[in-house]
Design a protein around this ligand. Structure first.
Ligand code: MF3
Ligand code: CO
Length: 290
């Protein structure tokens, strides 16, 4: 980090003098880095204007998922969900971020039962009574990214699958309580992992959350099997996702070798995921997308 003069304009773009803006912030991060902590680079600290723009994108993403929530039911194909997401997103003059992302062929990920994530919508896949499904939406509005996912229980879902869905949501919001400036991402990660294990579940290790806002996937990579006091320091202005994948059985997973995307549980048991997008604030956190 280059040292700014105390009376220079702050690097964050606020127009305020550095000494009155991010000077104390930089000193604090620098001291933590000297003690061996991983600290966020300036690119990961969003300016107020960027935060506003990311929130506008998130409003679209929330509206699209609300639309899905209002219409999803047994008998609907995941292809229809994809069409809803595409049509609703473009209605708001936005773009579904998954479409053509690294070759992903659809506008949304739809992951049913033992599909952990990155399920590809298909006309042949019809929602059945008793299914649990994750619908993962991501939006680009004016170049700014948002990302969240929700679970839906279709019809009469067996009690143990419903419990997995509910406990996974609880895990996300318990982890969220750990999000505050100058803590570590591992505080959140360990909280989620401990809670999942206490409930008899496992947490997927190889796939996690991510920074987001100016790009779909930014640093840091966010683990949900991490340890308290470890991983990157959380600083005001950071935006990242909390999106643990929690499995009823083994944490082992495998990738569909035909499509190169879809991830399944190794043992065929169900997996659940909820995703929220979170801003670290001066005093704690703010949910910007859900
Ligand atoms: N929404 C997913 C995430 O949480 C992104 C999946 S990439 C896609 O990171 F191309 F499959 F959409
Ligand atoms: Co995500």
């Amino acid at each position: 980090m280059n040292k700014l003069g105390r009376n220079d304009a702050c690097w964050c773009g606020s127009g305020i003098k550095y000494k009155k803006c991010h000077s104390a912030f930089d000193d604090r991060l620098y001291a933590m880095a000297k003690n061996g902590a991983k600290v966020p680079g300036r690119k990961l600290i969003k300016t107020p204007a960027q935060i506003e723009a990311i929130k506008e994108s998130a409003k679209v993403n929330i509206a699209v998922l609300d639309y899905v929530a209002d219409h999803i039911e047994a008998g609907v194909s995941t292809e229809e969900i994809d069409r809803w997401v595409y049509e609703q997103t473009v209605k708001y003059h936005a773009i579904p971020a998954p479409l053509n992302y690294e070759g992903f062929p659809k506008s949304v990920c739809t992951s049913i039962n033992d599909v952990v994530c990155h399920g590809i919508p298909s006309p042949d896949e019809i929602l059945q009574d008793g299914d649990i499904i994750n619908v993962d939406c991501s939006t680009i509005l004016n170049g700014y990214f948002s990302d969240s996912s929700r679970m839906f229980c279709i019809g009469n879902v067996p009690e143990e699958k419903k419990r997995l869905v509910e406990k996974t949501k609880e895990a996300v919001y318990l982890g969220l309580e750990q999000v505050k400036p100058w803590g570590f991402l591992g505080d959140m990660g360990q909280t989620i992992h401990d809670f999942a294990r206490e409930n008899g579940y496992s947490v997927v290790q190889q796939i996690g959350g991510h920074g987001i806002g100016l790009e779909f996937h930014e640093d840091p990579w966010v683990s949900f099997v991490s340890e308290r006091g470890h991983e990157m320091v959380m600083a005001p202005g950071m935006i990242f996702t909390i999106e643990p994948m929690i499995n009823m059985g083994t944490d082992e997973i495998f990738q569909d070798s035909d499509n190169g995307w879809t991830i399944y549980t190794e043992d065929g048991m169900p997996s659940a995921q909820w995703e929220i997008q979170v801003l670290v604030t001066e005093t704690g956190h703010e949910i910007i997308c859900y």
